[in-house]
Design a protein around this ligand. Structure first.
Ligand code: FES
Ligand code: FES
Length: 192
């Protein structure tokens, strides 16, 4: 039996969707291949395998990364969220629900990546991060309106070969509205 560690492999622990996975791994293994080939987490899709399509997007410490360009060893000790981990039990994440309600997909192959990306986009926007199409990216300006142009720009790393973009933009806008309402409710609760 091969040793768990060598000059080209190590035993690592990945924290995925709140669960710890211990595995020996070749240092050259991408996070995408570790998820799909080693841990059977096949919700994350392989499209181009070279950072161009966004199908493999997952969240690492709540920020989106293309897992085909990330090494699994570099994700050790970080909080990884894949599409399998975004729902709360039987309750879909609001972004998943919006994609479902507004037909934000056709074949569905790009959808896990689109949803993970959209979750991070909504948080980035709420935190006031500007995009390349934001008019006034001053630090005190607050979040710009999340217009369709903003959504298209912020989601531009996620390609959809079926061309479901119109519905995807609507779904992200709907989920962002729910997120803003939820934050407003939570703020009211804190102030009361
Ligand atoms: S499979 Fe990773 S960006 Fe295309
Ligand atoms: S829904 Fe088919 S690639 Fe996007």
């Amino acid at each position: 039996m091969a040793p768990a560690t060598s000059s080209t492999s190590s035993a690592i622990t990945l924290n995925i969707n709140g669960e710890k996975h211990h595995l020996p791994i070749d240092h050259r293994t991408t996070l995408l291949d570790a998820l799909r080939e080693r841990l059977d987490l096949t919700g994350t899709k392989k499209g181009c395998d070279q950072g161009q399509c966004g199908a493999c997007t997952v969240l690492v410490d709540r920020r989106r990364v293309v897992s085909c360009l990330s090494l699994a060893v570099a994700a050790e000790g970080r909080e990884i969220t894949t599409i399998e981990g975004v729902a709360e039990g039987d309750e879909l994440h609001p972004v998943q629900q919006a994609f479902l309600d507004l037909d934000g997909y056709q074949c569905g192959y790009c959808t896990p990546g689109q949803i993970c990306s959209a979750i991070a986009v909504i948080e980035e926007h709420a935190a006031g991060w500007p995009s390349a199409v934001t008019d006034d990216p001053g630090p005190e300006a607050g979040p710009p309106p999340l217009t369709p142009d903003e959504i298209r720009e912020r989601m531009s790393g996620n390609l959809c070969r079926c061309g479901a973009y119109v519905s995807i933009v609507r779904a992200v806008a709907r989920a962002a509205e729910s997120h803003a309402e939820h934050r407003a409710e939570a703020a009211k609760g804190t102030a009361a």
